[in-house]
Design a binder for this molecule. Structure first.
Ligand code: HEC
Ligand code: HEC
Ligand code: HEC
Ligand code: HEC
Length: 133
C-alpha cells in the first residue's frame, strides 16, 4: 500500500476506536439550538410534530411511551432511507442522510432528538456545521 493510503486507514482506525470510547463514555456530540423559538424557549421536535397534528401516539403507539423505531419515522418521511437521502441531496457541505460510513442506517434520533436539543452527531469528527431540525 502507498504511504498515504496506509496513513488514511490508520487515521480511520484510530478515529473509530476513539469514537467507540467516547460513545461508551456518553459523549453525545455537539448540541445545536432548536430552531423556531419565538419566546427564546425552544419548542421540542415533539412539540413541533404536535403542532402539525402528530401527537404522542403518532410516534409511540397506543401503549406506554415506548421505543420509536426509525422505520416509524420513515413511514411518514419518504418511505425509505434512500428516498429521504434524496430529499437532502443538496444539503451543503454534505448529505447528512447518506454518509460514506453508515449510509442511511443511522437511527433518526441520533440527531433528531424529539424531547431534547437536536445533535449534529457528525461534529464528533467533521465541521459540516449541520443545522439539525
Ligand atoms: C415525532 C415523534 C415523537 C413524538 C410526536 C413524541 N415522541 Fe416521545 N420519543 C420519541 C423518541 C424518538 C424518543 C427517544 C428519545 C429522544 O429522541 O428524545 C422519545 C422518548 C420519549 C420518552 C422516554 C421513553 C424512554 O423509554 O426513555 C417518553 C416518556 C416520551 N417520549 C413521551 C412522549 C409523550 C408523552 C409525547 C406526546 C406529548 C411524545 N413522547 C411525543 C419520539 C416522539
Ligand atoms: C405520523 C407521521 C409522522 C411521524 C411518525 C414522524 N413524523 Fe416527522 N413530521 C411529520 C409532519 C406532518 C411534519 C411537518 C412537515 C411539514 O411541516 O412540512 C414533520 C416534520 C419533521 C421534521 C422537520 C421539521 C421540524 O420542525 O422538526 C423532521 C426533522 C422530522 N419530522 C423527523 C422525524 C423523526 C426523526 C421521526 C421519528 C422519531 C418522525 N419525524 C416521525 C410527520 C411525522
Ligand atoms: C447525522 C444526523 C442525522 C440523522 C442520523 C438523521 N438526520 Fe434528518 N436531518 C439532518 C440534518 C442536518 C437535516 C437538515 C438538512 C438540510 O437543512 O438540508 C435533516 C433534515 C431532515 C428532514 C427535513 C428534510 C426536508 O428538507 O424536508 C427530515 C424529514 C428528516 N431529516 C428525517 C430524518 C429521518 C426520518 C431520519 C432517520 C431515518 C433522519 N432524519 C436521520 C440530520 C440527520
Ligand atoms: C468517528 C469519526 C467520524 C464520524 C462521527 C463521522 N465521520 Fe465522516 N469521516 C471520518 C474519517 C476518518 C474520514 C476519512 C477522512 C479522509 O479520508 O481523509 C471521513 C470521511 C467522510 C467523507 C468523505 C469526504 C471527506 O470529507 O473526506 C464524508 C462525506 C463524510 N465523512 C461524511 C460524514 C457524515 C455525513 C457524518 C455524520 C453522519 C460523518 N461523516 C461522521 C470520520 C468520521
Amino acid at each position: 500500500m502507498e504511504p498515504i493510503r496506509l496513513r488514511r486507514c490508520l487515521i480511520v482506525a484510530i478515529v473509530a476506536v476513539v469514537a467507540t470510547a467516547l460513545a461508551a463514555w456518553g459523549w453525545a456530540g455537539q448540541a445545536v439550538p432548536a430552531p423556531g423559538a419565538p419566546d427564546g424557549k425552544p419548542a421540542s421536535a415533539a412539540d413541533r410534530h404536535k403542532a402539525k397534528g402528530v401527537g404522542c401516539e403518532g410516534c409511540h403507539g397506543k401503549d406506554e411511551p415506548a421505543f420509536v423505531p426509525s422505520e416509524r419515522c420513515l413511514a411518514c418521511h419518504g418511505g425509505t432511507a434512500a428516498a429521504l437521502a434524496q430529499k437532502t441531496a443538496a444539503t451543503e457541505p454534505e448529505n447528512p442522510h447518506a454518509s460514506p460510513h453508515w449510509g442511511g442506517r443511522m437511527g433518526c434520533d441520533t440527531c433528531h432528538r424529539q424531547h431534547e436539543q437536536a445533535v449534529d452527531w457528525c461534529s464528533h469528527c467533521h465541521s459540516f456545521n449541520f443545522r439539525v431540525p
